[in-house]
Write a protein that binds this ligand. Structure first.
Ligand code: HEM
Length: 152
């Protein structure tokens, strides 16, 4: 019997840590090679793929490794000062969505929509934080967001 997507978490549907790690590796390789993004992603940071995997896993209903081992403040700090442009943010989202296909992630509409909205939201937060001069200018979110299946 095929399990209905709504009975499992986004984390499980994405193939757990193994599936997400494969996706993040593909995404990061593409970002490093992208003509728009490589202005920011200038060299391979060895922890990037693991940390991105931990973040996405936790947000999608997996273990809370990102919060326990790094903390949300870390995510704010890594983007601060990057001054991410609209073009770079849009390219980041488009690259991520391409990586979903290349990683062979499930292509059912609810999952893809949840993933797209997750990345669009995260990219918006990262961009705002990248321009914040004072703490008051940071996006108000202070925790890894708990993401779920679309409601409608
Ligand atoms: C869903 C949205 C995003 C998430 C979850 C995310 C996550 C992360 C994480 C976890 C790190 C730290 C990596 C490490 O510790 O090794 C990081 C660093 C970084 N992020 Fe983001 N990020 C997002 C959006 C963006 C966007 C939109 C940009 C620019 C277009 C960007 C550019 C960077 C850069 C340049 C670094 C530092 C260099 C590096 O680690 O490769 N991020 N990000």
């Amino acid at each position: 019997m095929t399990e209905s997507p709504v009975t499992e978490s986004l984390y499980e549907h994405a193939g757990g840590d193994e599936g997400l790690h494969r996706l993040e590796e593909l995404f990061y390789a593409k970002a490093l090679a992208d003509p728009v993004l490589r202005a920011l992603f200038t060299e391979r940071v060895p922890t990037h793929v693991d940390h991105l995997t931990w973040f996405t896993a936790e947000s999608f209903g997996g273990a809370d490794r990102f919060t326990r081992q790094l903390g949300f403040r870390y995510l704010i700090d890594v983007h601060r000062g990057l001054k991410i442009s609209d073009e770079q943010r849009e390219r980041f989202v488009a690259t991520y969505l391409e990586a979903l296909d290349e990683a062979g992630m499930p292509d059912d509409a609810p999952f893809r929509r949840a993933f797209r909205e997750h990345v669009e939201f995260g990219a918006h937060v990262a961009q705002q934080n990248s321009h914040a001069v004072t703490d008051a200018e940071l996006h108000p979110i202070r925790e890894v967001p708990a993401w779920n299946w679309p409601k409608d």
